[in-house]
Design a protein around this ligand. Structure first.
Ligand SMILES: [Zn+2]
Ligand SMILES: [Zn+2]
Length: 103
Protein backbone atom coordinates (compact mmCIF):
# COMPACT_ATOMS: atom_id res chain seq x y z
CA UNK A 1 0.00 0.00 0.00
CA UNK A 2 1.23 3.44 -0.96
CA UNK A 3 2.26 5.52 2.04
CA UNK A 4 2.80 9.25 2.12
CA UNK A 5 4.39 11.68 4.50
CA UNK A 6 3.01 15.09 5.31
CA UNK A 7 6.13 16.58 3.70
CA UNK A 8 5.49 14.74 0.44
CA UNK A 9 1.92 15.87 0.34
CA UNK A 10 2.55 19.44 1.42
CA UNK A 11 5.21 19.94 -1.18
CA UNK A 12 2.82 19.22 -4.03
CA UNK A 13 -0.64 20.56 -3.35
CA UNK A 14 -2.43 20.87 -6.68
CA UNK A 15 -4.53 23.91 -7.49
CA UNK A 16 -7.94 23.44 -9.04
CA UNK A 17 -8.52 26.13 -11.69
CA UNK A 18 -11.28 28.37 -10.33
CA UNK A 19 -13.33 28.05 -13.51
CA UNK A 20 -13.82 24.39 -12.58
CA UNK A 21 -14.94 24.98 -9.00
CA UNK A 22 -18.69 24.75 -9.49
CA UNK A 23 -18.42 21.74 -11.77
CA UNK A 24 -16.11 20.14 -9.22
CA UNK A 25 -18.54 20.73 -6.35
CA UNK A 26 -21.28 19.01 -8.34
CA UNK A 27 -18.91 16.23 -9.28
CA UNK A 28 -18.23 15.47 -5.60
CA UNK A 29 -21.94 14.71 -5.21
CA UNK A 30 -22.12 12.48 -8.27
CA UNK A 31 -22.42 8.68 -8.34
CA UNK A 32 -19.33 8.65 -10.46
CA UNK A 33 -17.27 10.22 -7.71
CA UNK A 34 -18.91 8.11 -5.02
CA UNK A 35 -17.88 4.97 -6.86
CA UNK A 36 -14.35 6.23 -7.36
CA UNK A 37 -14.07 7.28 -3.73
CA UNK A 38 -14.98 3.77 -2.58
CA UNK A 39 -12.33 2.31 -4.88
CA UNK A 40 -9.73 4.63 -3.40
CA UNK A 41 -10.78 3.81 0.16
CA UNK A 42 -10.66 0.11 -0.64
CA UNK A 43 -7.26 0.39 -2.27
CA UNK A 44 -5.93 2.17 0.81
CA UNK A 45 -7.51 -0.36 3.16
CA UNK A 46 -9.86 2.27 4.66
CA UNK A 47 -6.86 3.86 6.35
CA UNK A 48 -5.18 7.24 6.25
CA UNK A 49 -2.13 6.84 3.99
CA UNK A 50 -0.07 8.94 6.43
CA UNK A 51 -0.99 7.60 9.88
CA UNK A 52 -3.20 4.52 9.38
CA UNK A 53 -6.16 6.14 11.13
CA UNK A 54 -9.40 4.42 10.12
CA UNK A 55 -11.94 7.08 11.10
CA UNK A 56 -13.12 10.29 9.45
CA UNK A 57 -11.51 9.51 6.13
CA UNK A 58 -11.43 11.92 3.22
CA UNK A 59 -10.02 11.70 -0.27
CA UNK A 60 -7.20 14.04 -1.20
CA UNK A 61 -6.21 14.92 -4.76
CA UNK A 62 -2.51 14.60 -5.53
CA UNK A 63 -3.19 16.12 -8.93
CA UNK A 64 -6.05 17.75 -10.80
CA UNK A 65 -4.53 16.94 -14.17
CA UNK A 66 -7.38 14.55 -14.92
CA UNK A 67 -9.99 16.02 -12.63
CA UNK A 68 -13.42 14.39 -13.28
CA UNK A 69 -11.64 11.38 -14.80
CA UNK A 70 -8.94 11.02 -12.14
CA UNK A 71 -6.63 8.09 -12.25
CA UNK A 72 -6.61 6.24 -8.95
CA UNK A 73 -2.94 7.17 -8.62
CA UNK A 74 -3.97 10.83 -8.47
CA UNK A 75 -5.96 10.54 -5.25
CA UNK A 76 -5.26 9.12 -1.80
CA UNK A 77 -7.06 8.53 1.47
CA UNK A 78 -6.33 10.85 4.40
CA UNK A 79 -7.87 11.21 7.84
CA UNK A 80 -9.54 14.57 8.29
CA UNK A 81 -6.74 15.75 10.58
CA UNK A 82 -4.01 15.08 8.03
CA UNK A 83 -6.14 16.37 5.18
CA UNK A 84 -6.50 19.65 7.00
CA UNK A 85 -2.82 19.76 7.87
CA UNK A 86 -1.86 19.22 4.24
CA UNK A 87 -4.06 22.03 3.04
CA UNK A 88 -3.24 24.38 5.86
CA UNK A 89 0.43 24.26 5.00
CA UNK A 90 0.99 25.09 1.35
CA UNK A 91 0.95 28.74 0.51
CA UNK A 92 -1.88 29.31 2.95
CA UNK A 93 -4.12 28.43 0.07
CA UNK A 94 -6.79 26.21 1.57
CA UNK A 95 -8.84 24.47 -1.05
CA UNK A 96 -12.16 24.12 0.62
CA UNK A 97 -13.58 22.30 -2.39
CA UNK A 98 -11.26 19.43 -1.77
CA UNK A 99 -11.66 19.62 2.00
CA UNK A 100 -15.40 19.16 1.47
CA UNK A 101 -14.54 15.94 -0.20
CA UNK A 102 -15.53 13.83 2.80
CA UNK A 103 -15.72 10.06 2.59
ZN1 LIG B 1 -3.83 10.63 9.21
ZN1 LIG C 1 -7.09 17.52 -0.37
Amino acid sequence: MQKYTLDNLQSSIPILPSRLTSRYNKYLLSDNWRRKRVKVLRRDGFRCTVCNEGNLLEIHHLSYDHVFVEKLSEVCTLCSKHHRMVHRSGNGDVEKEDIADVA
